[in-house]
Design a protein around this ligand. Structure first.
Ligand code: SAM
Length: 287
């Protein structure tokens, strides 16, 4: 029986339905599952955090290859089936919780003794950005994050700051990681098939950020404010911002000192330029 039929049968036998609201598009393509496993570079020493194990297709491939796997699944109705399918693997634990509510530092300390961990997941698309931002901002010792996301999102995550396809999240990803697209995935690789293409992306966490900044929160508030109204110039966005306190004249003089045009839009700035502007705003505020 092919994977799609087997999954549908398994769900029906357990009286389960694919829950659209929870982003339940389960991966059934062996080739793509293997690509994800390949990108995760697992061995006996690798700890894995999986988000949203679903019916367990990825978990069943992670368990025999990793030291320990902890999989966090929100949908309570899937837990008995998952527990049964994974019963042969004593190194695998299913936690029934919302990943956005999990204290990642506690989880890594308790489940992995504070050892390095890789995140491997086919993410629920309705909360991709909050999950990725949580992983990056709370990072309690992740080495890399290998995730399936909507293709459009992957293109944004892996974009070059200041270049095509970039958004505010591009700068956060670039600050914390080196991003690399692994593979594009057609809708037919899932059951049920989503309406969009997907991509697997690998984010390798940097040891040190690529820019020097006085205050990382200020830097990201500045970037967020610059992207709030994409069509407007940086000058207009920042002078209308409630979060960044910098008047038009001060910002004009900062831009001129940095040799940046007054008419520039946020999306054309590099991470280094944003960091310099943020540092100079902070410096002028403290005078
Ligand atoms: N890993 C499976 C696969 O590849 O076939 C399922 C992936 S499916 C795209 C996303 C999974 O995330 C679903 O099982 C869904 O129930 C789960 N999920 C949705 N929201 C979640 C949340 N807030 N925390 C944890 N899991 C969640």
């Amino acid at each position: 029986m092919d994977n799609k039929k087997a999954l549908k049968k398994q769900m029906a036998q357990n009286n389960l339905h694919f829950n659209k609201a929870l982003g339940q598009n389960f991966l059934t393509d062996d080739g793509i599952l293997d690509e994800i496993i390949g990108a995760a570079c697992l061995d006996d020493n690798t700890n894995v955090l999986e988000i949203g194990p679903g019916a367990g297709a990825l978990t069943l491939r992670l368990a025999p290859r990793a030291k320990k796997v902890v999989a966090v699944e929100l949908d309570t109705s899937l837990i008995p089936m998952l527990t049964e399918s994974l019963s042969a693997y004593s190194n695998t634990k299913i936690i029934n919780n919302d990943i956005l509510k999990v204290d990642l530092k506690n989880l890594i300390d308790e489940e992995f003794n504070g050892e390095p961990v890789r995140v491997v997941a086919n993410l629920p698309y309705y909360i991709t950005t909050p999950i990725i931002m949580k992983l990056l901002e709370e990072n309690p010792g992740f080495e890399s994050i290998i995730v399936m996301v909507q293709k459009e999102v992957a293109d944004r995550l892996a974009a070059i700051p200041g270049g095509k396809n970039c958004g505010a999240i591009t700068y956060s990803v670039n600050y914390y990681c080196e991003a690399q697209k692994v593979v594009d995935v057609p809708p037919e690789a899932f059951v049920p098939a989503p309406k969009v293409w997907s991509s697997v992306i690998k984010l390798d966490l940097r040891d040190n950020p690529p820019v020097e900044c006085e205050n990382v929160n200020h830097l990201f508030e500045l970037i967020k404010a610059a992207f709030l109204m994409r069509r407007k110039t940086l000058l207009n966005c920042i002078s209308n911002s409630n979060t960044i306190k910098c008047d038009k004249e001060t910002l004009k003089s900062i831009l001129s000192e940095l040799g940046i045009s007054e008419t520039i839009r946020g999306e054309a700035l590099t991470l280094t330029e944003f960091a310099k502007i943020s540092n100079m705003i902070i410096k002028r505020q403290s005078v």
